[in-house]
Design a binder for this molecule. Structure first.
Ligand code: HEM
Length: 402
């Protein structure tokens, strides 16, 4: 395949096409692009303003570095339209820059940092034990639907301050809102389920205004600078950030344990291996497939001129399999060191929930290694049809217990 890397024009393939990401062929495509340090222009289509794509670890790091002349404020994913920029821009953490971004980070960060871990530990361990109980009670389980979503949704409910009696319903809605196009629940579309969650948050904000607690909603209100709408969009940011990615890294952890069967015994023999193995899960699964930025001035990335206002997509999932950084990149190596993956992004927007995601994955790997001997496929691996989330629509497995 020859790549037109010089001038904006139609790309050899439409990189916004979600169908490209439903098969393993994407790994071969990315391998070619990272190896050749490709820069590809996809013309207007699914993304009305078109976009550049970069793939190699070096180029992706450069686009996301703190000093690079790029912004998230107009939007951060494919679909970006210069005529209609993201209307949460400048209000929601992930699409804010500068002082407001720092303010939001200072307010939200402590709720996601390791410091709060002891308060989250009981939710975490109860959910992990529940996962094992569920797996043990069934001959085979679709991890993507039945297991992956539960832990992140429960943790996000705890952070936001969803009362226990309302959690099950919210977890169900969350599962559906982020479960992909094929998900069905109460005859709602995923978008309708997401709207339902936003109505719920609106109601919760009003309740916390009258009766504050020690949760994120109360802290955001207490600060006094955020409108109801600001609190709402930032709760939504934590909800999406915490669910959409983590559920697929959990499902992907089962996939890795199945595809590289020695891993469970290695983790069983040395529970400390869980720390590097968690990093490898994030690299190998790379659930956040891409992030988008808009150039704030004319600049150059890896020799490619980028004009002010042009969007650039940094393919994290491709960079995480760049063989120059990760020898034998398709292999899951639990003790891979160094492992400078970009799964949590890079620069000012580096994932604020990374510590939490690591805790969730670590708890899961350790519990599984203690109890399970083998994970086996009991169906076809089905990938989600998405250019944004590298995830599973189905991963049916059976477990052989110790
Ligand atoms: C940002 C990935 C888990 C909350 C990000 C970004 C990535 C990412 C790539 C950067 C976005 C950008 O540069 O535009 C992941 C992955 C996760 C994970 C792969 C799991 C394996 C979580 C969790 C939470 C969370 C558990 C919260 C409960 C956030 C927030 C941001 C963010 C609030 C915005 C940070 C900012 O803009 O300053 N995440 N994330 N994430 N993530 Fe995560």
């Amino acid at each position: 395949m020859t790549l037109d890397a010089t001038a904006p024009g139609p790309a050899p393939v439409d990189l916004g096409d979600p169908d490209l990401y439903t098969t393993d062929a994407r790994f071969t495509m990315w391998e070619e692009y990272t190896r050749s340090d490709a820069k590809i222009w996809s013309g207007p289509g699914r993304s009305p303003s078109g976009f550049w794509s970069v793939f190699s670890h070096r180029d992706v790091t450069a686009v996301l570095s703190p000093k690079a002349p790029f912004t998230s404020e107009y939007g951060m994913m494919i679909g970006f339209d210069a005529e209609h920029p993201d209307n949460s821009g400048g209000r929601m953490l992930v699409v804010s820059e500068g002082d407001w971004h720092s303010t939001l980070k200072r307010l939200i960060g402590p709720f996601l940092s390791r410091l709060r871990a002891p308060e989250l530990q009981s939710v975490l361990h109860q959910e992990v034990r529940d996962i094992v109980r569920r797996l043990r009670s069934q001959d085979s389980t679709d991890i993507a639907r039945g297991i992956g979503p539960r832990l992140p949704a429960a943790v996000v409910c705890e952070i936001i301050g969803v009362p226990l009696s309302e959690r099950e319903q919210l977890i169900e809605l969350t599962n559906h809102a982020f479960g992909g196009e094929e998900s069905s629940f109460d005859r709602m579309t995923p978008a309708e389920a997401h709207t339902e969650i936003l109505f719920y948050f609106h109601d919760l904000i009003e309740r916390r205004r009258r009766q504050p607690g020690s949760d994120l909603v109360s802290a955001l209100l207490e600060d006094g600078r955020l409108s109801t709408e600001d609190v709402l969009v930032n709760c939504d940011n934590v909800l999406i950030g915490g669910n959409e990615t983590t559920r697929h890294s959990i499902t992907g952890a089962f996939h890795a344990l199945q595809a590289f069967p020695d891993t469970l015994d290695a983790l069983h023999a040395d529970p400390e291996l869980a720390a590097p193995a968690v990093e490898e899960v994030v690299r190998w699964t790379s659930p956040a497939a891409h992030v988008l930025r808009v150039a704030t001035e004319d600049c150059e990335i890896g020799g490619q001129e980028i004009l002010k206002g042009q969007p650039v997509v940094a393919w994290l999932s491709a960079a995480n399999r760049d063989e120059r950084l990760f020898p034998d990149p398709h292999r899951f190596v639990p003790d891979r060191r160094p492992n400078r993956h970009l799964g949590f992004g890079n620069g000012p927007h580096h994932c604020l929930g990374a510590a939490l995601a690591r805790l969730e994955l670590r708890a899961l790997l350790q519990e599984l290694a203690a109890e399970a001997r083998r994970v086996e496929l009991a169906g076809e691996v089905r990938w989600m049809r998405s250019n944004l989330v590298q995830g599973y629509s189905s991963l049916e497995v059976s477990v052989d217990w110790r």
